[in-house]
Design a protein around this ligand. Structure first.
Ligand code: NDP
Length: 294
């Protein structure tokens, strides 16, 4: 293996330490304790685990955590009423509604109802518009985590060829926008892209956000490229159990890349850390103060 492994777990731990320091300053100097409200509807086990982790991490950083667990049969009207209450609650600086929502609830209507200033997921159309136009957006957590790792690894990315595989509103599109803001030459690939190996092979930076196990083959990677693997795919093992793999064929890609994130232990841990970061950002903007330097 020749690539450096980008340790997302260690990076996220450092980021969380920094955020904990910022929260302490906000409490001491400004009497502000950032608060994050997480709303979950229904009993999806994966979502329940995410929400529990988010709650624990929020408290560990010294922030307030407000958890709202609603039954599966909650109506859209009742959920919108809760969002409205949280929008108007000064103790709540960030609101996250865990997706997916049950089928009878219109997700877009709920995302639209969250105050853009408190939209710590960065999914509101105002925040995506601000990101696209170079304004003070709240940036979706997963692409923000990828960007922080790329900045740490590469510093100035100006002029580099970047390929983002995947064009979802949550990962691919905001990731491409962030790389464009870094003055990369950005290509967005997707399921209709012709000759994906050639497109990926041109890239100094590859961000894979597809959701297909090891679809990006190791021998496509340009030697020395930086590879960020967002994918989380559960695949069966021979013993009947399962394991998690990314969208990139890790071992073969690590033979060619300059640096690569593993799965698990790469992008995943950064996502929650960036949620906390966004909550601090939101709290500071709402109070009209600069984010404290730690
Ligand atoms: P989506 O399913 O919303 O988007 C997947 C994208 O991949 C689509 O744009 C799709 O193209 C594209 N795609 C599908 N098949 C191919 C193909 N054969 N070749 C090229 N492109 C293809 O997924 P998300 O963006 O929400 O998530 C992507 C992955 O990242 C998932 O594994 C998810 O679990 C993971 N994830 C990880 C997070 C973390 O914290 N680490 C957070 C969020 C997501 P098209 O638009 O044409 O259909």
């Amino acid at each position: 293996m020749t690539a450096d492994i980008i340790d997302g777990k260690a990076f996220a731990a450092r980021l969380r330490e920094n955020i904990t320091g910022q929260v302490a300053i906000l409490k001491d100097k400004h009497n502000i304790t950032p608060g994050l409200a997480v709303v979950i509807v229904g009993e999806d086990p994966a979502s329940q685990i995410y929400v529990r982790n988010k709650n624990k991490s929020t408290l560990e950083a010294g922030m307030n955590s407000f958890e709202h667990v609603l039954p599966e049969n909650t109506s859209e009207k009742d959920l919108l009423a809760l969002v409205d209450k949280l929008n108007n609650d000064p103790a709540v600086n960030g609101i996250l509604v865990q997706l997916p929502l049950p089928k009878h609830i219109n997700e877009s209507a709920v995302i639209d109802a969250i105050s853009p200033a408190k939209d710590v997921d960065g999914f509101h159309v105002i925040n995506s518009g601000l990101l696209a136009t170079g304004g003070d957006a709240i940036v979706p957590c997963t692409p923000l985590g990828c960007l922080l790792m790329l900045q740490d690894r590469l510093g100035d990315m100006s002029g580099l060829d970047a390929v983002v595989v995947g064009r979802s509103n949550i990962v691919g599109k905001p990731m491409a926008q962030l790389l464009l803001n870094e003055s990369c030459t950005v290509t967005i690939a997707h399921s209709r892209t012709k000759n994906l190996p050639e497109v990926v092979g041109r890239a100094d930076i590859v961000v894979a956000a597809v959701g297909r196990p090891e679809i990006i083959k190791g021998d496509w990677i340009k030697p020395g490229a930086t590879v960020i693997d967002v994918g989380i795919n559960r695949v069966p093992k021979e013993d009947g159990k399962s394991r998690i793999v990314g969208d990139v064929e890790f071992a073969a890609a690590a033979e060619r890349a300059g640096a690569i994130t593993p799965v698990p232990g790469g992008v995943g841990p950064m996502t929650i850390a960036c949620l906390l970061k966004n909550t601090v950002t939101a709290a500071c903007r709402q109070a009209g103060i600069e984010e404290p330097e730690v």
